[in-house]
Write a protein that binds this ligand. Structure first.
Ligand code: ADP
Ligand code: ZN
Ligand code: ZN
Length: 751
């Protein structure tokens, strides 16, 4: 028996049909020696299946059998005809499984368009079987017999030959029995065809006329030129709000389609509005489809089928649109690439930007990442030359960016103003009301997990080791979620001795009441999670504000995304600090992005815009850079900070999240994991830093306890190897199998 040198056995897990219940049921086969080197995950293979030979897809290759080897049958061979799109997607799933940590099943379910039993929409029609002369003879006959309903239908059909069944029974008021009578006389036939639901079908197409300006044209020429030369790479398009990025996307997509290839446009769900879809539909008509989270499983599946059948060339949608089964994908665009919604919160916790780049690589396709405020991650790649940086520095109509002012809220308190609105903001709002202009008030509430700050001097309690805010837990404890450091909540400010110390809280509803009390004449709209829960309410509020049915719009980050309100000349940012002190190393980045976008909302019309930022930390570099709309100033400081503290993108992080109902078991599991990792790091991964186990941000949810461990390393692959090690360990350990372990690479938010 052979025991070693490269001749291990190999087993293939194969699925026969891509449907939900079948994914869970992979069949295992022996891989014959002659196929061992050629066989890869995703490939279509011939397998013996009962008495027959059928085709299936390899979803996993393993070196240990899960069943009695004696009962396993060998694969019959690799299917040689072409590479179906499913093969490519399965290969992508396998990459995601390894890159982000999950089971193959979880990865497959994320990537493959899952067939489910869905009610099929049938389009029935009534078709005339006779030629015109025969039909007219029959019509005369029917009229003689006073069969008026039958005659009415036949008269219509002589004109148009085919009629929609619903139209016949609806508008023409012809009953089903009348249709049946004509059918029995072999005058008509009722046919039904499976109709795919096209979500944009009801939109009306207009003509398209627009000439790109010089800057836009340069960007298009460069990317299209590369495509022409067969160079496919990743571009970062940094373009200020209103610089015409979307027009650039459309032109690039048009070029790609002209070459017979397809395009995917990812946009954050919240920006997937009627206006955006309209712009694409006006230009590309029926060849566009969309995905959104309100669609049923069946509707989503239909859109994927249309893509596969070649009925559409462009798919627009959030993260999951990435997996559209286009056979000849040429371009993936990720708009607002800095948005945190591109990171999946479900296992596998993939980042859409990275998966886009991977999928594009598999297809020889290009990737364009677009943003006014690129993520530090992407900008770092651009600076390092991994992505090619493209810029649009001016707004399309050369409209100036708004003027911006910072108000120090500590001074307000000193002067005795305890309101959430500074005197200056009240003054500016009053002016707007008198002039009939609009105001937006933006409450920055991102990740409100309670940090503790002083309202007199702005001091925020931070971890002495990690430079992130401590979070308030039960019993007056403050905890660092990065290293587990704990301290007691101070009664007075350690910096100035003031007793105005505590967790910052304020809701949009309360602010609405306060604003209404201060400006009784103002018409106010509020947009937050509570007011946008029902379908279309988001669009309705925006529409109503755009129609100037209100003077003031108050809202959370929802209101700062991509909308043009020409009537808005003032944007007030309340509590800019809220996002600055979230227990997350991205807090400065998120703050800068939110503030820059909020400020960018003002002055999109003919009147110049003004923005006012209220803060307890007026010297913070993220706030100063946002005021100046200076991305490079922000990036310079931020990357220096990340470098100093070894945070991504300078380093990579792997968070291991453990969950369980029994805190004692969880603690032991955490200790076992830590010990295993320490051993492996000492042995083979010396460059990895291990921290934890520590309590997670929310240490207990619904009686499930959470603990975290994290690792930092320059080399991503080292972390992947450690993750693989944990996966094997879990399989072999009853203790570890009894808790739930999830992986999160380069986590997008606090933990
Ligand atoms: P961004 O996506 O960068 O915010 P958009 O593509 O939405 O910018 O463009 C902002 C506005 O300017 C839109 O109303 C768009 O129709 C218009 N626009 C863009 N490019 C041009 C152009 N070359 N000529 C005229 N108008 C343009
Ligand atoms: Zn203080
Ligand atoms: Zn710490």
């Amino acid at each position: 028996m052979d025991t070693g040198t490269g001749c291990r056995e190999l087993y293939a897990n194969v699925i026969v049909d891509i449907s939900l219940d079948k994914l869970d049921k992979a069949f295992q086969y022996l891989v014959p020696g002659e196929l061992r080197d050629r066989l890869r995950v995703g490939m279509q293979v011939e397998i013996p299946f009962g008495p027959r030979t059928v085709r299936g897809y390899v979803v996993e290759l393993v070196d240990r059998p899960e069943y009695d080897v004696g009962k396993l049958r060998p694969l019959a061979g690799i299917a040689e005809s072409g590479v179906p799109i499913e093969s490519q997607l399965i290969e992508l799933a396998a990459w995601m499984r390894r890159q982000y940590g999950s089971t193959m099943n979880q990865a497959l379910k994320t990537v493959l368009p899952i067939k489910r039993v869905v009610r099929k929409v049938e389009r029935r029609s009534v078709e005339l079987l006779l030629d015109e002369r025969e039909a007219r003879a029959k019509l005369a006959l029917l009229e003689n017999r006073h069969s008026t309903a039958q005659a009415r239908l036949l008269r219509e059909l002589i004109e148009v030959k085919t009629l929609d069944y619903a139209l016949v029974t609806g508008k023409l008021s012809v009953s089903a029995s009348v249709v049946r009578a004509l059918e029995q006389q072999r005058i008509v036939r009722v046919t039904s065809s499976r109709a795919y639901r096209n979500p944009v079908e009801h939109l009306k197409k207009k003509g398209y006329h627009l000439t790109l300006n010089e800057q836009q044209q340069q960007v298009v020429d460069l990317v299209a030129g590369d495509m022409e030369k067969g160079i496919a790479q990743t571009y970062l398009l940094k373009g200020v709000t209103g610089s015409g990025k979307t027009e650039v996307y459309m032109e690039l997509i048009a070029r790609v389609i002209a070459k017979g290839r397809q395009a995917i446009l990812l946009i954050p769900e919240i920006a997937l509005t009627y206006q955006t879809v309209m712009r694409f539909y006006n230009r590309f008509g029926e060849r566009v489809s969309i995905l959104n989270s309100r669609m049923s499983q069946g509707e989503r599946f239909d859109q994927f089928e249309r893509a596969k059948n070649g009925d559409i060339d462009i798919m627009i949608g959030p993260r999951s649109a990435l997996f559209t089964p286009f056979e000849r994908l040429g371009l993936i665009i990720v708009d607002e690439e800095h948005e945190t919604s591109y990171k999946s919160e479900n296992v596998p916790r993939y980042h859409a930007r990275e998966v886009a780049i991977r999928r594009a690589m598999m297809n020889g396709a290009s990737v364009v990442l677009g943003s006014a405020t690129p993520s530090v991650d992407s900008y770092y790649q651009a600076v390092n030359g991994s992505y090619r940086l493209l810029r649009l520095d001016a707004r399309v109509d050369d409209r100036p960016l708004p003027e911006c002012e910072i108000v120090d809220m500590r001074q307000e308190l000193k002067r005795g103003n305890r309101s959430i609105l500074s005197d200056r903001l009240q003054e500016l709002m009053e002016e707007r009301l008198q002039r009939g202009q609009q105001t937006m008030l933006f409450l920055n509430r991102r990740g409100v997990s309670g940090f503790i700050s002083c309202r007199s001097c702005g001091f925020v309690v931070k971890c002495p080791h990690c430079d992130v805010s401590l979070s308030l837990h039960g019993g007056g404890r403050m905890v660092c979620h990065y290293c587990g450091y704990e301290d007691r909540e101070p009664k007075v400010c350690p910096s100035c001795g003031s007793k105005y110390m505590g967790a910052f809280k304020a809701g949009t509803e309360k602010i609405e009441q306060m604003v209404q009390a201060r400006f009784p004449q103002a018409r106010i709209l509020r947009m937050d999670y509570d007011t946008t829960r029902t379908k279309d309410s988001y669009e309705k509020i925006l529409q109503s504000f755009a129609n100037r049915e209100a003077d003031i719009l108050i809202g959370t980050q929802m209101i700062v995304k991509g909308h043009d309100f020409p009537g808005v000349t003032l944007v007030g940012v309340l509590a800019a600090d809220m996002s600055l002190h979230v227990a997350d190393f991205h807090s400065a980045e998120r703050t800068f992005q939110l503030l820059t976008q909020a400020v960018g909302r003002a002055g999109r019309g003919h009147e110049p815009g003004y923005a006012l930022i209220q803060t307890y930390d007026p010297e913070h570099f993220a706030i100063l850079a946002a005021k100046a709309q200076d991305y490079d100033a922000f990036y310079g400081q931020e990357i220096a900070y990340r470098t100093l503290l070894n945070y991504p993108p300078v380093c990579h992080m792997l968070l291991v999240h453990c969950m369980g109902a029994d805190p004692a078991v969880l603690e032991r599991a955490g200790a076992v994991l830590a010990e295993h990792l320490r051993g492996r790091i000492a042995e083979a991964h010396r460059e990895v830093l291990l921290v934890g186990p520590a309590e997670a941000t929310v240490a207990r949810v619904n009686d499930i306890y959470h603990r975290v461990l994290y690792m930092k390393a320059k080399d991503y692959e080292e972390l992947v190897n450690l993750k693989d090690g944990i996966e094997s360990l879990v399989k072999a350990s009853a203790l570890l199998s009894s808790v739930s372990i999830q992986f999160d690479f380069d986590p997008a938010s606090g933990f």
